[in-house]
Design a protein around this ligand. Sequence first.
Ligand code: DGJ
Length: 748
Amino acid sequence: MIIEENAVFHLYTEQYSYLLKINQYGIPEHLYFGPPVQTTDAAALSLRPGLGWGSSVLLEKGDPASCLDAMALEWSGSGRGDYREAPLELLGQSTDFRFTGSRIIEGSEPMACGLPQAHGGSQTLELTLAQPGARLKLYYTVFPTALVRRAVLENVGDAPIRLGKCMSFCLDLPGSSTMTSFHGGWITEMGRRDTPVQEAKVVCESRTGASSHRNNPGFLLSAPGANEEWGRVYGFNLIYSGNHYASAQRSLQGLTRVMQGVNPAEFCRELTPGDCFETPEAVLCVSDGGFGGLSQAMHRFVMEHIVPPYWKNRPRPVLFNSWEGCMFDFNQRRLLELAGKAKNLGCELFVLDDGWFGSRNDDHAGLGDYTVNRKKLPGGLTGLARKIRELGIDFGLWFEPESVNEDSDLFRAHPDWALTDDFSPVYGRNQLLLDLTKQEVRDHIVENVSNILDSAEISYVKWDMNRHSIALGSKAHDFILGLYEVLRRIFAPRPQILLETCSSGGNRFDLGMLCFGPQVWASDNTDPIERLRIQNGYSYLYPQSTMGAHVSAAPHAQTLRATPLSTRGNVAFFGCLGYELDLKHLLPVEVREIQAQIEFYKAYREIFQFGRFARTETGWQVSDGETTLVGVFHTLTHAAPGYEWLRVRGLENRTRYQVASLSQALRIGQFGSLLKHVAPVSIDPNGQLLRIADRHVTLPEGEEVLTVSGGALESGIPLPPLFRGTGYDKGQRNQGDFGSSLYIITEC
Ligand code: DGJ
């Protein structure tokens, strides 16, 4: 809801209030963003500058309250006495936009430039500000758990305007804070960094052409002392996939100025009379329930208002992907064999990754030529898809349409379609980008990909993109607008195709891409111990249903770490589960274990994918209100481990719950010579007998069922002991390094 009273605007839902007022100078001042308050609180919430601060520059002679530098603002200009960072820069000019009017719009105000927008907003406040020759509109759209802001600058004069920067929002929040942002690189995405926000500005930005795995656009600002369950935390994200910029800086007066938008680095756009520039939408959330509360608000917003409506709360299939198992080396026979095995395990979708087209036998050639390689696939895609579907499993396909290898028919026919600058080309994974700012390039991609999608029964697409850009500033923005046009034209008429986007893993894990495809391949790193950190990082801003999470082979391809299959499954369960390994080499015990994993995941998939998520002391939990699933994860084992407690959040104090551990299989081979302590006969730890037994026999692990009250579970109940070198007992958790357990908690 939005109401206006005495120049105060109150935007509110059951979760939050956002108050702003237009002051006597026509400047929008920020009053409040937090849990719900009343409109009549506006006066009490207004800042009290008193007699002001020394060295102030005033809008009105003699009025210390007219110092822009000391106000909490909704927007700001430059050269008029606010010396903090400005959200808008017109090259070489001061700016001084003042309020001229407002409008309350039902729903959202549609954008004209083709940027993706959140859907399902209830109402939008439009504030119009103006200065000679230019009009600025600030939009605020209300969603149940988030407020979405954006800005539009229009040239209403008769001379061109040179725009150097226009952020999506600017806001001055009270008090000091810490910025939590998420950084990394290929196979090491989403590392959490906490930086105190002080007078030296903190910046989180990307310049690679993509939202990037270096610096994800989503970030949080937290009050001192905030933890997972308590304290004020603000969350911000941008519905955008290109170069982004966010900054936070504390002022002398103790306000934190925060802003976010398209990166202004090298950005310059000339707006001729009548032109306008629309910023991407920015998402703002707040919670007094700590980081956990903030994540829940963001998750709900993304699930309800970002992902394409067709996929809202629609269960995602358990998939098998050919990449890690086959790379480029496959033929139809091998794929059908794999698809049969994947089906037998319980997978519902078979995804053929890179290598199915042109002369794409490694990453030096063929990119751009989406004509099926008949040597590998003599029946073509139509034939392969039919045969795979006859096995009772759906078929999905990989593309990388934004790039081209120089060694490709496409490049030979259209060398001018590659994105270039004034210098010799620079390569990323041996490929160039196609210039998506050109209409003919966009038309070609749309036609080419659409024809393939219509030529076979394809229910899933993995849309990959494996290099950084060379496009700068305004052109980088136009490239992203071109990408959005292409995605919209291909997938809007085919909403039932599940689109999983990918950019070398999580190089473009952002709300812009999620508007087109509901899930993103979170990382090429599938080592579960690495994934604990990577998925944990994503979980601050993105729900589990957006993360592709696969079980792969051990030892792992990037870390050489050997981990139990149970832990690989337990970690991947907290996302969209898939398998990505060569199934030919699975042992009978592994086949049985994977079958059990998939059966278990299917039984609880809605909770894993869409349930309420929490980060806990020992791992993660998800819940639909009736059933709670808790993962307890270990990394390196220590000798003589102490007690450990299972703490569960969000239960009813007096209700009784059943706590059941997920039955896991322990490989007996891992006990080696220790078996002599329990076996009735002497066993050679390196002998044939143990090798054969290890293929077929497993030990049950840590199985137990008990009932307990919600109150006790909230406080924490002791878990079965961990292995301590004092003997084998089937009631204990005999896990060793990288072990994990999963608990299913249901009302009795
Ligand atoms: C990078 C992706 O992240 C991988 O999953 C795989 O699809 C390869 N590209 C294929 O080239």
